[in-house]
Design a protein around this ligand. Sequence first.
Ligand code: UDP
Ligand code: MG
Length: 307
Amino acid sequence: MISIVVPVYNEEENIIPLFEKLKKVIKKEYEIIFVDDGSFDKSYEILKKIHSENENIKCIKFSRNFGKTAALMAGFETAKGDIIVTIDADLQNDPQDIPKMVEMLNKYDAVSGWRYNRKDPFISKKLPSAISNKLSRWLTGLKIHDFNCGLKAYRKECLDDIELYGEMHRYIPAILAWKGYKIGEVKVKHYPRKYGKSKYGVKRLARGLFDLINFKFWAGYSTRPLHLFGGVGLIMFIAGFLIDLYLVFLKILYGEKLSERPLLLLGTLLMIMGFQIFMTGFLAEIMIRNYYSSSNKKIYVIKEKLE
Ligand code: UDP
Ligand code: MG
């Protein structure tokens, strides 16, 4: 069965046409999960109507706008299918691309859409997105062209214990690749937004950068934070120590007045800061241990087990 997850935030004109297209395209058994992310237009009334007139429709309504990441998570948790497809509600994606993506799941664990001929404004969308894709490719090591396409398909198991927060939905493929899943990419159609407004602007670039740093830290050090903090802290401490040691020699050998040496301040600062960064690493270790032992989370992913 295929579960189609659709995040909806003020998309009243788009829902019905999208639903009609989806119905036509999906030949297998399916369910559609609409997640209304706090819309204040008529979106939810329309969803309720679709729900009452059709089978296999689930609707979730948030109490307020929690963001696309939260909407997708709620959809994933509700989904019963062994394949999960996400698609934007705004008709910019084409449901006709779904069958080939599902087909590709025979070879891959997840397939991400590539809007190779993207129909969005250049300054507010395509330019920031080009920069962000380049950065993402570089920092995550995943060589796909389009991280933020709304149209993606997954095998259920890879989303089973995925954790998303903030606006991390764009990095789902990167998180999955880091977990060892195979990610494919396929060109998909893209259309200009006809109805309603885009919910994201240039601001997203800065936020995306923080999310990326967050991902990078998580991917590299989430199970061993002391390796990062300890390393940086130790280097700073040693540098400070050597600087101050040098000054002590100057004082003993040449009787230099240290109160007139700004270097003293630098050396001392480096030692104090280095020590504190090191201790932050310890704290992080304690937190990580708590986290893994209290939440039943695994530090590994098993692909197959023969018993
Ligand atoms: N969306 C959402 N919550 C939000 C913002 C957006 O559920 O806080 C949905 C929105 O309704 C659409 C999809 O996420 O279905 C993509 O949003 P949008 O089209 O505004 O992004 P863009 O295509 O402009 O990048
Ligand atoms: Mg859109």
